[in-house]
Design a protein around this ligand. Sequence first.
Ligand code: IVH
Length: 676
Amino acid sequence: MNSIKNRFLDLYALLCYHDYLYHVLNMPILSDLEYDFLLQKFYSLRKKYVYLTNVVNNNGSVFPQLNYDTCNKHYTPMLSLENTFDVNGYIKFHNNIKNNFIDLKVNFFCELKFDGVALSLLYQNGKLIRALTRGDGVFGEDVTKNARVINNVPLILIGNNIPQLMEVRGEVCMLKRDLNQLNSVVGKKNQKIFLNTRNAAAGSLRQKNIAITKSRNLFFYCYGCNIITRFQRYSTHSNQLNMLVKFGFLISPYVLLSSNVNKILNFYYLMQKVRNFLSLNTDGIVVKVDSIELQTRLSYTNKFPKWAIAIKFISQFAKTKLLGVDFQIGRSGIITPVAILEPILLSGAIIKKASLYNKHEIEKLNLFVNDTVVVHRIGDVIPKIQSVISCDRLHHANKIIFPKYCPSCNSLLYNNINDTIVQCLAGVNCLEQKKKQIEHFFSKNGLYAEGLSTGIIKQLILNGYIKKPVDCFKLQFQSLLQLKYFGKKSVAKLLHTLEQCKKTTLSKFIYALGIPEIGVENANLIAKYFHSLDNIMNCTITDLQKIKHIGNICASYFYNFINSKYNIEYITQLIVEGGITFIDQSKCIINNKNNYFLNKKIVLTGKFQTYKRSNIIKIVLSLGGIVSSNISKNTDILIVGSSPGQKVINASRLNIKLMLESDICKIFKNNNFVTM
Ligand code: IVH
């Protein structure tokens, strides 16, 4: 019970913090998607455990009580929208509504979800008398003076049957071209540029100097209204929008009225396709039940109308410049080309690099330095160059050519038959491979020497102190002191860490060897099967093939590795000269029934308060977890600290279990790990 409450309070604190950044400092660090995701978690917890509503405050509001003037109260609260990130979420919503009204034909009205700032305009007898931002949904901030200078906010309504008192709701937006223009002006003045049209619209609307608001060329897109003194009743949302157009408001022309789920999804796909060509930013579509009567019957939750949903768009495309291609050398010498891009904001993250996979991809794209390229994110996550705008190419531009020689050691590269693999065969004679091999050996799932960074490894290699992992165990205090940035304390710490990591498990040792195809799981299987290094070194290929889940390719890679003369010597040196000893695997993993981490693949995101990140990793590893840096479909748990990154979104898409700091604290406590 308590852990749920703690989790709830953690989420609440996190949301308050991001609200503060957004509403007060105007400096959000989470994308909308990330914020919405946290909010969804918060609501679903509160829905599940109703008693939590009173834990936060009496009205159950998520937002910190901002000090708005009481007269700035909205007549009707400004609610949020339920979000879905995929079409399945929509289908569920759609069917649910249909099931509520089995005998009726339910029409749905689809419109764009404008990516701007919500604004509520109050009209009395057709005259604009007040404009409020959304604020906490109940009270808003008065921006009447600013709203009056927005291009298309009608000061006086035109037409007939104008209601006596009416709140008109919509979004203040900045057009994409105006953002570019604004950024080029603020950039020249060395001021901070705006990351997106929403931030720019928010900043422009809340200016003290209304001349600045006026100069920013904002637009108000209307998406609904509340008629407070009902002069005339409207039976549908679409009729209401038509009325608003007649009064002089701007609505988006991209709308659809339909009762058919496929037509609605097609509208979503179509808008997703054309969104980059629109003059304003949109991050999804909103689908609303058209009939006002059915809306009233469906009613509201605390935060959302039950008759509307936003379906968020997934991948976006953006143009940027290809600065060059980095040919990265992997641990086994395979060369992977990586495009270096002029940083660009795409689906809420700044993209600087994109993998080009192999030689074929480079040839297919026909890349030249400084080309304008179109980038997108596969599954809204992995950056990829989709195409090149070759007509923008500069004269005398340099073509990107896959190297013939290793960029690190200059040896002739090997190409496989169909050119899909290009490899440097120099092995540990190649500085990059040597560095990667040592890095891998001491990585989190290997022997884990915390603090032995890539930079230090490179320095140690370049100064001739190490050539292979075993050399790290022979490092001397005095010689390390000669290195740049090394003081007595840091040298002592590093030597202590290296001493500690000599005591390891057989499976970590096997993983650390860096044999192709032998990741954490296969290393575990092999260690469990053979129990000792001796048994492993004397095994036959058939022994290996007998291990459940170890395929033939994997078995032969492993067998060839441990039977090469060079590797036998390499392993012997590690044991004899390096002093590596094995602790019993089963003893070092705490088999507690509350141990969520055993054999689970775990990723961390954000900052942690109770435990240091590195200590969380250590504890998770000692509880038998497998830690990796990136989310994949195989990840089991994402541990979320404060200010989490994009990983939360990626994890939510893949339905990965999320655990907050309070959750893991509880598990650690159960296993007697003290706070660090
Ligand atoms: S309807 C009660 N329609 O999205 C229904 N909202 O995430 C509330 N938004 O604060 C809103 N485009 O400012 C609606 N076509 C649209 C919208 C839209 C953008 C904003 C709105 C709201 C936020 C909720």
